[in-house]
Structure formats: C-alpha cells, structure tokens
Design a protein around this ligand. Sequence first.
Ligand SMILES: C[S@@+](CC[C@H](N)C(=O)[O-])C[C@H]1O[C@@H](n2cnc3c(N)ncnc32)[C@H](O)[C@@H]1O
Length: 353
Amino acid sequence: MSDIFTKLAYQTFQQSKALFALTHKNLTSQLLNLIYPPVNQLQTKPLSSELLEQFRQRFELIIEADWQDAERGIYPESLLFDNPWEDFFRYYPEICLDLPKGWQRRHENQFQDFSPEIDTEGYPNYYRRNFHYQTDGYFSDTSANLYDLQVELLFNGAADPMRRRILAPLKEGLQTFNSISPKQIRVLDVACGTGRTLRMIRATLPQASLFGTDLSPAYLRKANELLSEIPGELPQLMQAKAEELPYRDNYFHGVTCVFLFHELPPTIRQQVIEQAFRVTQPGGVFVICDSIQAIDFPELMPMMENFPAMFHEPYYRHYITDNLVERLQKAGFENITTQNHFMSKYWIAHKPQ
Ligand SMILES: C[S@@+](CC[C@H](N)C(=O)[O-])C[C@H]1O[C@@H](n2cnc3c(N)ncnc32)[C@H](O)[C@@H]1O
C-alpha cells in the first residue's frame, strides 16, 4: 500500500515539475517574441500535435522506467525525490533575470562573451563558448549555480530520470567484479559537472570509491558542495580534460559520461572514448548518456533541429548523426548495446576480459 502512495507521490512530483517547466517556457517564449519579434529570430520548426503527443508519451514512459528501477532495488526510492530545493528557490529568480542576456547573445550570435574577470586562457577553443548562450559558459560560479535548474526546465523535470537510466546498466556491468568487495569498486564519472550523476551513483553504490573529472573549476566547486551534503565518502574530484584523463591504465571498474558528447567536436569524441577504454579495467563497463540521435527517431527530427537553432550547440548537428557504436568498437570496446529513454540515448560498452 505504501508503495502505491510513493508511486503516486513520485508521479505527482514529476508532473508538477513538468507543468512548472512548460509554464516557464510558454511565458518566457512569449516575452522573447515581444522583445525579438519572430522575423528577427532564428527560425525554429513548428511541432505538430502528433509529435507533442509522442513527447508526452515518452515522458510518461521514462517516469515509469524510473519508478520500476527504484522498485526493483537498483537505487533507493528516496533518490526519486532528490531535489536541491534550496537551490530551486534561490536560483529560479536569478535564471529569469539572466534570460534577457542569453536572448541578446542569441540575437547577436555572440557565443564568446565572458565577464571581464573570467580567464579562458589555456582552455580548448571548442570549450571557450557560451553553450546555450548561457552567461559565462562553464566558467563562473553563477553559471554553475544556475545550471541544474536550467537543465531541469529544458527537459520538463526529466533531466534526473534521464541521468538515472545509466544506473541499471552500470550496476549490471559491475557484476563481473562480484568476487571483490564493494569497497574496492572504483567508478569514474567523466565531465561530472555539478555532480548530479555522482550523487545518484553514491546512492546506488554506497560503498564504492567514486571519482569525477570536469574541465570547469566552478562546476567542480559546485559538485563538491552538493556531494558534501550526502552520506558516504566524498568522491574525489579533479579538473581534467576528458580527452586526457589523469589516471593510470585499467584503473576503474566502471566509467560513466552524461550529456558531454554532443558538446564535443567529432575528433575529441573519439579521443574521450579511447581514454575511457584506457582507464577501464578488462571486464569493466563504460556507459554513455546523451541526446537521442536522428537514426533512432527520424520523426523527432524537428525537435533535434530546433535545439541548435535555439541554443549555441555547434557540435550537436554532427553528433546526432555520429556513429558512436563504431567509435566504441574502434577503441576496443565490445558487447555494445544501446537504449533510448525520453530524449536520451545510452551506449553500454564492455572492455574485453
Ligand atoms: C552539459 S554539461 C553535463 C554535466 C553533467 N555530466 C550533467 O549530467 O549535468 C557538460 C559538462 O562537460 C564539461 N566539459 C565539456 N568539455 C569537456 C572536456 N573536454 N573535458 C572535461 N569536461 C568537459 C563541462 O564543463 C560541463 O560541466
């Protein structure tokens, strides 16, 4: 009986987030149309009612899959309600106040616009950008504070359910190492951002040693703050390029990477996969989560086309046609499977024993 109530509470929680996000997007796009009338804007494709219905169904399916994974014990039910509420109330007004700056950048096609105190020297050119036209790109604490909520609004509250879909394949992949103590298991999250995925992995594998890397010191600081709130050992965080991981060969039993690949040029994508292969132990698992791709859902192409038209996402168009299975095989991975949930695609790859 209590399970029925928990499920109902979870569904209501997600539907409320979706409603809030939709209202936010509706109101802000009306405001955007007033400031920059559609003739002056980049053209986006209209979405048919069939497509919106498909979107709604996909949303319901991922919420059900999320619930099912919690019910079969992949992770605790409490994870379904994990939400930094303090951040929500604190940063939502800031997101709204910051919107006009992003719209102006988009209108003027400015994607290398940073506050004067920001030093982008030494970072790769592909990274020195205002992805999504967001203020300061990945280079400031303000950006790190707003990021999680911005992603939640973008995906109608389903960003975390999408991230959580890596947990079942990760846990399953780690079964190869059942003969060693759970404490000896090492998992790396590449491009961990503000640490949302590491929070989820901590709840799923409470005893494992966790590691996270990212290029952004500001996002790592935020990750450190959010990860310090939860019980268990603090994951080891390090600033590093995903394409030059500072770990020895065969070190990790599992490696994950969420929402990074669509922001990388194709050659860097290959290098990241090769690094993931190098640091994964024989028998270990590598799980990628990123956007859906054209080959899987040609009918969702208008949504995929609108994304880089609305946000600065210079590598996305190539990404949606990129064959990551081929890239994973080229690096040496085998037994590669893929899944799709809501607006995400997953690659589960194994390093040969
Ligand atoms: C879209 S965010 C995803 C963050 C996080 N994984 C999540 O689930 O929200 C992309 C992240 O990748 C990081 N990033 C981008 N390029 C990188 C690179 N070459 N090496 C390491 N981190 C990188 C950014 O700093 C940012 O935190």
